[in-house]
Design a binder for this molecule. Sequence first.
Ligand SMILES: O=c1ccn([C@@H]2O[C@H](COP(=O)(O)O)[C@@H](O)[C@H]2O)c(=O)[nH]1
Length: 277
Amino acid sequence: MSTFAARLQQAIAQHSPLCVGIDPSASLLKSCGLPDTAEGAFEFGKRVLEAAQYELSIIKPQVAFFERFGSSGIRVLEELTKLSRSRGVMVLSDAKRGDIDTTAEAYAEAYFSPSSPLRTDALTTHAYLGFEALEKFLAIALRNDGGVFVVVRSSNPEGRELQQARLQNGESVAANLSRLITERNARVGSGLGPIGAVVGATCEDAAETADQLPSSFILAPGVGAQGATIQDVLRRMPAARGRVLPNVSRAILANGSTESDIRTTIRAMQEQAKQLL
Ligand SMILES: O=c1ccn([C@@H]2O[C@H](COP(=O)(O)O)[C@@H](O)[C@H]2O)c(=O)[nH]1
């Protein structure tokens, strides 16, 4: 298998950098006329993939919306992940994992081990327990050609105070994380690396952060329901052309919930997202 970065670059060039979120909340399932069950959640994900005729670079299932159904929810998340990957659509599992090294290792095995039923292409993580605590995580992802996205600037306004707080050396927490991510990617090689970052599309001052992450793919959530647009991403992260993935989850139902409505919305957003290349 080729590296995560190579696979994602190829997928983006083929289909656009749009990352389609799969967030089967009770209200989204209701809008689609689907039951609020694990089976409903699977059908929702499948409907989105089929609406797009599997012509997507990457989807981002939000693990929480599957976990809420317990073991049956995890089972359908496994099935959806397998279905998507088997049809050539990459999967970024949004679980925001992070813990002490031994536990982080177990999370990494769960999402990257080739024999794991949850095997994915990439996973979101957080570094609140220290960037170095993610090391085993990164090593296991790398060994299995996976990608890891570390939350650097979240899309919600509540994250700002913590993420922009100053460390003793004067760096903000976000700048410090960006530097550590960039240094770690450089140890892997030149060009885009396996460690990406989450930088909210809603962050008006995201340009500086994007500049500090030259070797990272940037997942930019917040387009649609949280108020940002793809134009905002272009304006706020001009240096991230070719490596920024605008994410839209709830708003894929903005024009209706039938397969045809969803296709129209996704195609329009994919076209807009091509401006980010
Ligand atoms: O900073 C972050 C990190 C992750 N998310 C996740 O992205 C989607 C956004 O959903 P929308 O419906 O497009 O608002 C959701 O799964 C979040 O958990 C984020 O919003 N912000």
